[in-house]
Ligand binder design. Sequence first.
Ligand SMILES: [Cu+2]
Length: 338
Amino acid sequence: MLNKVYTQGLGLPLQGSDVAVAWDSLYWFLLWLSVFFFILVVGGMIYFAVIYREKPGRKTKYIVDDHILEATWTIIPTILLLVIFAWGWGVYKKMISAPADSMEVRVIGKQWLWNFQYEDGRLETGKLVVPLNKPIKLIMSSEDVLHSFFIPNFRVKQDVVPGMYSSVWFQAKVPGEHQVFCTEYCGTSHSGMLAKIEVLEPAQYELWKNNKPYELSGVKIKSTEIIAAMQSSAKLANANVPLPEQGRKLVEAKGCLACHALDGSKKIGPSYKGIFGHEVELADGSKVMVDENYIRESIEKPQAKVVKGFNPVMPPYTKDMIGESELNAIVAYIKSLN
Ligand SMILES: [Cu+2]
């Protein structure tokens, strides 16, 4: 039933978000415009080739320029290209800028599965559960190689790159299950990195959040083949402890607090308090915005950007010392100290 209402038809997947609708309109415009000009140009070519074909006694007369004709075939395509540019730019901006009130979920890609880490600390493999009609911002990173997170129904796709955060957002307007693919091409099993997104009505979402049984209504995905590896992924020992809370324990356990205070005071290193989302001045006089990627770099390569007024004494922390899900928790914690 729902499938009928939302299916785009003609081979395109269901339109699960407003961005999907916007992309499809542009897509159809481009397609039909191309068909129109293809017929005009190729049809015209064939027509003229036939009626002006070589005949005994026929001689081509001398042809002079036609400025009006030339201006027309320059100006009209130029206007059309500018329309395509403006339209594409508009949709692209909509696709890349997540609303400020988005709910954040961290996504970790690894060979060969997707992990989803929620703000309340739970970690799910192969399944992302979100409420209907709420903007969701995914903050994504990779445990190993390049992956590519793709939700066909929402028409969003983003590379997931080891050593940095990238992000993508969507607002689901169709309840039910939506397929996630990894569209990275090289490597054997990216195509098996399936996951599903469950979009729940708000009441059902509350039930899920409180670990109660919930009902999933709406569309269904065909392949229920979420690979077995997903079930066997390592769960965080302290799942169901909120993410910032996990981060607080980690900065304690990893010895960060020997050099960093939490209350704004200066120790060997700067305090974590209130830094997120603000600019920090570096030793070379330049300024950087403290965001997810800056904190990652500060932990993995502390000497890359040294904060003004401090010595470059912080040791680098490798992947083996702080894993991706731990890093997410630490970033969430520092973010929460605002
Ligand atoms: Cu992959």
